[in-house]
Design a protein around this ligand. Sequence first.
Ligand SMILES: *[C@@H]1O[C@H](CO)[C@@H](O)[C@H](O)[C@H]1NC(C)=O
Ligand SMILES: *[C@@H]1O[C@H](CO)[C@@H](O)[C@H](O)[C@H]1NC(C)=O
Ligand SMILES: *[C@@H]1O[C@H](CO)[C@@H](O)[C@H](O)[C@H]1NC(C)=O
Ligand SMILES: *[C@@H]1O[C@H](CO)[C@@H](O)[C@H](O)[C@H]1NC(C)=O
Length: 454
Amino acid sequence: MEVPATIACHVLAIPYPARGHINPLINLCKLLIANNNQILVTYVVTEEWAGFIGSEPRPANIRLATIPNVVPSELIRSADHLGFVEDVMTKMEAPLEQLLGRLEPPPTIIVYDTFLFWVVGVGNRRGIPVASFWTMAASIFSVLHHHHLLELNGHYPVDLSEMGDYVVDYIPGVPPTRLADLPLTNRSKLTQRMMELLTKGIKCLPEAQYLLLSSMYELEPQAIDALKANLSVPIYNMGPTIPHYNLGHHKTTINTNHSYLDWLDHQPNNSVLYISQGSFFSVSSAQIEEIASALRESGVRFLWVARQEASRLKEICGGDKGLVLGWCDQWKVLNHPAIGGFWSHCGWNSTKEGVFAGVPFLTWPIIMDQLLDSKMIVEDWKVGWRVKEDERIDSLVRKDEIVKLLRKFMDLENDQVMRRRAKELQHLCQREMEKGRSFQDINAFVREITKTPN
Ligand SMILES: *[C@@H]1O[C@H](CO)[C@@H](O)[C@H](O)[C@H]1NC(C)=O
Ligand SMILES: *[C@@H]1O[C@H](CO)[C@@H](O)[C@H](O)[C@H]1NC(C)=O
Ligand SMILES: *[C@@H]1O[C@H](CO)[C@@H](O)[C@H](O)[C@H]1NC(C)=O
Ligand SMILES: *[C@@H]1O[C@H](CO)[C@@H](O)[C@H](O)[C@H]1NC(C)=O
């Protein structure tokens, strides 16, 4: 695809520099272009991220622009994640300003990750409209937006060992939820700081011109309605921003010849558990060993993606019933007919991919929004089970317990209602993207940003 000769609109897109944010925003940009190929996108990433994503296929209308790395790259993957977050909040603004000064043609709209609250000021000072892109569930937005209600009710801060099971029912748009499942009530310094920053991002919202959600009305109708009723900023629900709806012209260029897909081809339908515990915030090593031995003993077929630990896990799990990989194309795997379940940390991105693939979940959330995502999966949508009923982060689930759970979960005769519901939810969400509310919102947003000013 050539860069369009006439440009209807120039989007400057700036993600928070982490995988869970970079992917949804680039998928959003692809969605805009698929809708109107006269949109030009400049996607701003740090030099390090340009190295990671530079070779990934993307339409010619999406060009990368780089700003210097905010922290030495070895820090990003080390323990000092807090330092990284602080740097993102304070050291990216100046290079972005410089970039804006020299960009041709000048951008007509800035789409930024809600995390990066300081972008609102940059846009306002230059008279460029800004759209805030929220990469988590709408329910999380609602909890953070109304967090003062938790304080008012004496539920924040709170001692979860005493109050964890207390059910909160006063947050607009959020069905009754245990305190332990709310993102604000988290414990570590890092998550507290992240939540503070997110809350700040939400406070800046009235100065933005649009709010873009990455959710589905079918998943969170009350939360989306409540936000629309409360906020004066126009809200567009852009759908899941997962790859399926964005492949466009590149469908055929993606190499799908992987040996693990071959392996899946030789497994019975619905027989394999796909396991991905996420990347950054891991489970304790003792717990991982309990899980791995349980897998081996259960005899359940599995495909486990575990970045750094892959070779150790391979040893514990043995090789006859499953695969342990460092990486896989999650969307492809989830949609393979051999996959019968998804063991997930419940990041929002993975949650949506699982829902759109129609597979039931085993949930193991660790921090932040994952806790509420897990609650929605299990209690609201009823398409999964919790592995761990005890909300304390450091409690160990023993092998024997996991073995029982795995066998029961992967037994197709058991809980057919849940499997059927997972398929129903998949179809409802697909329909919403094909002709429902998200489809309409995406069209409306594209019309809005490409209309000629009068
Ligand atoms: C919107 O929510 C905020 C925060 O809870 C609240 O203070 C405000 O009264 C609400 N506004 C409307 C119009 O509902
Ligand atoms: C979602 O997360 C998974 C696992 O981290 C990753 O493989 C996949 O590329 C992500 N997809 C998107 C759309 O971000
Ligand atoms: C996949 O790759 C292998 C070797 O790399 C090759 O033998 C095989 O034919 C390929 N399969 C497809 C479907 O392209
Ligand atoms: C397995 O699933 C595929 C795709 O849904 C289907 O075409 C095939 O008939 C199924 N195989 C069996 C043995 O049920």
